[in-house]
Design a protein around this ligand. Structure first.
Ligand SMILES: [Zn+2]
Length: 398
């Protein structure tokens, strides 16, 4: 679901030093946690790549929903969560002793150049590579360039004797030895390749995309991939903008200093859209109480009956007195239409006044989220409603 409007809440912080900027950042981070908690959303704050906005570090606030456009790697044991572009893959433990590797052997492999398969398997993370190389753009080498630097068609490149200046390798490659690689020669591969022995690797680094088979980089726990919708983002910008823009101040010694900045946004309209993506069923929207258009709806089944309408209005007044945002459905419609509309719009608390229930001295109450029905007594309605409302809200984690 996407809204036609895009309303954004933006905030900036300006501090005299790094410590102050960190304090502002974490205060805003905590405030955002509270905001999304109070909205009744299931979300994760994830470590994110600062991307084009840049700066020192950042967190995205992601509402968890299967339709989300981003993939998040989240630990099932600790708080660690990160956008997959960013999620660290821990270095493997250094092996105490690797088996001795025999001499390199060339193996003829005519026609075996399934580079797509290899790439699909490796899933090199271009964000990590860009950060390592401090560059903004990466391109896959064209076949002609591959031919030029490897003396072989695409599919037979390897690190041994490769005619390029700099070679980087994923740090996981240090955990084993004796690889099969391309031979930089058409229709041939090399066996028994030992990277430290046979290749000139400038640096081993964390370069690939995390998978559920990897362990949490913080605690070693299991990693789960989930999808999410970004609804907020906090950045510690540092002096990336204040320095070139000369955003300075005079300190107590009269010295000119650069302010240390942070910036913080919430996609207000996206919050509503993502909330609906996360909370709906076949009958319509299931709004969390804090952002529902009305927390409660009173369906008066027979508004033409003065006694029934009188009771409904009495409950309406009581709910208002309890601070509940409530709407009274006294339209001249069949009960089925009213129930369907209440479900469609997604009011979390639904009360039915009239019919046989009222004759028995009860008001039927339905929790929109669970569909669970409860009978509230007309005598002592105020107290019974108060307790029921608290229970429904507790179900939302409120
Ligand atoms: Zn963990």
């Amino acid at each position: 679901m996407r809204g036609r409007e895009f309303i954004m809440k933006d905030a900036y912080s300006f501090d005299r030093d790094e410590a102050g900027a960190d304090k502002s950042y974490w205060a805003m981070y905590d405030a955002y946690q509270q905001v999304f908690k109070r909205l009744g959303l299931r979300f994760r704050a994830v470590e994110a790549d600062s991307g084009s906005i840049g700066g020192s570090f950042s967190h995205e606030f992601m509402v968890l929903a299967d339709t989300g456009e981003d993939t998040i790697a989240a630990c099932t044991a600790c708080e660690y969560a990160a956008n997959v572009e960013r999620a660290e893959v821990a270095a493997p433990p250094a092996p105490s002793a690797l088996p001795a590797i025999g001499a390199i052997e060339e193996v003829p492999t005519p026609g075996k150049h399934t580079v797509e398969d290899v790439c699909a398997f490796l899933k090199l993370n271009d964000v990590k590579l860009k950060n390592l190389l401090k560059c903004d753009e990466l391109d896959l080498a064209a076949p002609e360039l591959m031919q030029q630097v490897t003396n072989a068609p695409v599919g037979f490149a390897g690190p041994v004797g490769l005619n390029v200046e700099r070679v980087f390798a994923d740090h996981e490659l240090l955990a084993a030895d004796g690889w099969i690689t391309g031979a930089n020669k058409g229709d041939a591969h090399l066996r028994n390749v030992s990277l430290p022995r046979d290749a000139k690797i400038e640096r081993y680094a964390d370069l690939r995309v995390i998978t559920p088979a990897d362990a949490c980089p913080r605690c070693g726990g299991a990693i789960e991939l989930t999808r999410g919708i970004e609804v907020g983002h906090v950045f510690k910008l540092g002096t990336k903008y204040s320095e070139p823009l000369k955003c300075t101040f005079l300190d107590e010694d009269g010295k000119e200093k650069v302010m240390v900045m942070g910036c913080y946004g919430i996609g207000v309209s996206r919050v509503v859209a993502s909330c609906i993506e996360q909370n709906h069923d076949a009958d319509g929207i299931v709004f969390p109480p804090p952002i529902a258009p009305y927390e409660a709806v009173l369906c008066c089944l027979d508004p033409k009956n003065g006694e029934t309408l009188g009771k409904a209005e009495e409950f309406y007044t009581e709910l208002k007195a309890q601070g509940v945002d409530v709407i009274l459905d006294d339209r001249d419609e069949r009960p089925g239409v009213k129930f369907k509309d209440a479900d469609l719009v997604g009011m979390p608390l639904q009360l039915v006044v009239g019919g046989k229930g009222l004759a028995r001295g009860i008001v039927e109450a339905k929790d929109r989220r669970t569909g669970e029905k409860t009978e509230l007594p007309v005598d002592g309605f105020a107290e019974a409603f108060r307790a029921w409302r608290a229970a429904v809200r507790a179900g939302w984690g409120l």
